[in-house]
Write a protein that binds this ligand. Structure first.
Ligand SMILES: [Zn+2]
Length: 187
C-alpha cells in the first residue's frame, strides 16, 4: 500500500489558491530556489518559455559549420596537415587559387576531380582530389603544391614530378599494345 507523503498547505503565487502539496517536493523546490505552484499551468503562466531568437542555439552558427566559398577546399587541406602538420604553410585560399588555376582538372591525367568536404569512405581515388607537393623534398608552400587525383598521389608517393610523368608515359605507351597473355602454353 502506498504511503501518503506529508503535505503542506500553501498559497499558489500565480492563482492565489490555497492548496496542499507534498512537503518533500516543496522543500526540494526551496533548496533549488524554485517557486512552488499549484499546477503546471500556473508554473508556465508565471514562467513563459524563452523565445528570444538570440538565445536560440543553432549548430550552423558554429565557426566550423559556417559555409563560405572556401568550405569545399578545407577538407583536402586538412588531409595535408594531418600528414605534415609542421611543414605546411599553405592556407585554404592557396588551395582555392590552385584549384581555379587548374580548372579542377588533375595535372597528370587531365581528368576532372571532385572535392570531398569530409571523409565519407566512399570516394573513389580515381575521382577524388588531393594536394601534392610538386617537389616532395620541399614543404607544402603555395608555390610547391598542385592538386591531383588521389590515385596518382598514391602512385607518385615521394618520387619526382619528372619520374612520375615518365612512369605514366611508359604506362600509356604500353597500353597501346595488346595485353600480354597470361597463358604459358605454347604450340
Ligand atoms: Zn495556481
Amino acid at each position: 500500500m502506498k504511503q501518503k507523503r506529508t503535505q503542506i498547505q500553501i498559497t499558489c503565487p500565480q492563482c492565489q489558491i490555497f492548496y496542499s502539496k507534498d512537503l518533500s517536493e516543496y522543500k526540494r523546490n526551496e533548496r533549488l530556489e524554485r517557486t512552488s505552484y499549484c499546477s503546471i499551468s500556473c508554473r508556465s503562466k508565471a514562467n513563459p518559455p524563452q523565445t528570444l531568437p538570440e538565445n536560440r542555439y543553432d549548430i550552423k552558427d558554429h565557426r566550423g559549420n559556417k559555409r563560405d566559398k572556401f568550405t569545399p577546399y578545407r577538407y583536402i587541406l586538412h588531409c595535408t596537415k594531418n600528414s605534415n602538420r609542421k611543414q605546411s604553410s599553405i592556407k585554404v585560399e592557396d588551395v582555392k587559387n590552385q584549384w581555379d588555376k587548374q580548372n579542377g582538372l588533375c595535372i597528370y591525367t587531365g581528368l576532372p576531380m571532385f572535392l570531398p568536404e569530409y571523409n565519407t569512405g566512399k570516394t573513389s581515388p580515381f575521382k577524388t582530389a588531393s594536394i601534392d607537393r610538386i617537389d616532395s623534398s620541399l614543404p607544402y608552400t603555395k608555390d610547391n603544391i598542385q592538386i591531383i587525383l588521389r590515385a596518382i598521389n598514391f602512385l607518385k608517393s615521394s618520387e619526382s614530378h619528372e619520374d612520375t610523368v615518365a612512369f605514366l608515359d611508359s604506362m600509356v605507351e604500353n597500353m597501346g599494345f595488346e595485353p600480354m597473355s597470361c597463358s604459358t602454353t605454347s604450340t
